[in-house]
Design a protein around this ligand. Sequence first.
Ligand code: ZN
Length: 272
Amino acid sequence: MEKIARVFIIGWDGAGNFVKAAHTPNLDRLIRMGTFGFDAQTVSPTISAQCWGSLLHGVGPDKHGLTNEIVSEDTYPENSPYPSIFQIVRDSVPDAKMVAFSAWNPINHGIIESSIGVHKVSMNDRDLSLAAAAYIRENPDLKLMFIGLDLPDAGGHQYGYNTPGQHQAIEETDENTGIIIRAIEETGLLTDSLIIAVTDHGGGGEHSHSHGSDHPSDKTIFWGCAGPGIKPDSPLQGDFVITDTAAVVIRALGLTAPSAWEAKLPEGLFFI
Ligand SMILES: [Zn+2]
């Protein structure tokens, strides 16, 4: 059994668990390779900065305090008791190569600390996926890569969540994800990487074209991962919250999570 040498997080904005209704061969392949669930939960309120903030900082919105307004304007404090997964890796591995490719730039600007040497790129989903694939091919020594694709949320706002219009946006996102997975595979990184696939929230709960409520349509998300030590083709067990992603990343890289984090490692996720 190989050790996990690096972690990829592939995030789809606003896809809820509506991926079940769309044709997503690339996501389906990851599901067969790993442990997956369609009933994981995100945090409240079900808004992007709060949810991505919880995923990356291992605590809920009441602790990290991030909102869409704050992350658009401010940078994340360097001395926070709730550092991001990038900060944890940087503190332990000073020369770790880390990157964030985020179609929604506020993730790069306001959620990931600005002074810890994370290479940050922001452009539209297709260009971003091509650039991320090129980066992977040129930098197989990377340690942690976050990729945030925005089209599912854009489709939800435009056509309504869990509608044929949004499903089409999800399918386009799956194609973009395929570009990234092919780069991982063709660079020989598939066998010793952990690949996490996740969405930050759903939508269409209280309002057909929006999100933010505690309605199950807004709160329920897909979450899964594949890689060394992860059981293939198996369901995610127990109650999983998006915040727990941070604990999975840090465990995968053999590091220690801060005691202030709320993120907990799902029982039995790693079998080694
Ligand atoms: Zn949105």
